[in-house]
Unconditional design. Structure first.
Length: 260
């Protein structure tokens, strides 16, 4: 259990904090390895309806993978595979989480930080946030899964520019390209994130899961994804929450969902 990952709970919102501020929250191997377990814990907690991933402090979400570890982590084919497997598992745990995952981004979001952010369903950034994938300046290749996720979020043209130029994007540019969804006001950042995630957490859990699975089925276009999406849709339409949502609408009151 690395102290570089901190989990916090505030009502129905669980937060995973990337906690290495002295290194601008650069992602070390133990952090990559620890992310799936933390996400799974939140996913299995019925009280948690929305998950937030953020960086400790205000200077960085994550400055990328911890390059100081690369010599050791890529010293052999075996260690390189271990490292690559850890990064893939971390991103996959976020992508396939049944609950909505929001990246709350302040400051620097580079390389591996972008990989974590785009694995999330939604991304909120502060006005001073900066985004970059510097692989082309470091002589390394951005992984296939990370590239595929980037293309699915930005489209091939914008993803190509980000990877080939390796330039730094402002928050406004990231918003224009679809890399982020909202820019939170600097003077009200924390409250904005709380309001945004609390509104998500108030929605019907089965409905949100069904939407995530349907989107994944569209992106992957395979039979297994479609079957999972159809099963989730059926479960949602047969749920108590569906009846509650319909009754609340007719009675002109706020619904109270229970995830069943």
């Amino acid at each position: 259990m690395t102290i570089k990952l901190i989990t916090e709970r505030s009502g129905p919102v669980g937060t995973l904090v990337l906690n290495a501020p002295e290194r601008r929250n650069a992602l070390s191997l133990d952090m990559w390895q620890g992310i799936p377990e933390r996400i799974k814990t939140f996913e299995h907690d019925a009280a948690i309806r929305c998950i937030v991933i953020t960086g400790a402090g205000t200077e960085a979400f994550a400055a990328g993978a911890d390059i100081s570890e690369f010599e050791a982590n890529r010293a052999s084919e075996e260690t390189a595979k271990l490292y690559d497997d850890a990064t893939r598992a971390a991103a996959s745990s976020i992508i396939h989480c049944s609950k909505p995952v929001v990246a709350a981004i302040r400051g620097i979001c580079f390389g591996g930080g972008v990989a974590i952010a785009i694995a999330c369903d939604l991304r909120i950034a502060s006005p001073d946030a900066r985004f970059c994938i510097p692989a082309a300046r470091l002589g390394i290749a951005y992984g296939f899964e990370g590239t595929a996720a980037l293309v699915s979020k930005l489209g091939a043209s914008a993803a190509t520019e980000m990877l080939v130029t390796a330039r730094v994007y402002s928050a406004a540019e990231a918003l224009a390209h679809g890399l982020i969804h909202q820019i939170a006001p600097a003077e009200d950042y924390e409250s904005f994130v709380t309001r945004y995630t609390s509104a998500i957490a108030a929605n019907a859990p089965l409905s949100m899961t069904s939407s995530k699975l349907a989107i994944q089925a569209i992106l992957h276009a395979d039979a297994a994804s479609r079957i999972a999406a159809d099963a989730s849709l059926s479960a949602c339409m047969a749920s108590e929450d569906y009846r509650e949502g319909r009754n609340a609408f007719l009675e002109k009151r706020l619904p109270h969902f229970h995830g069943r």
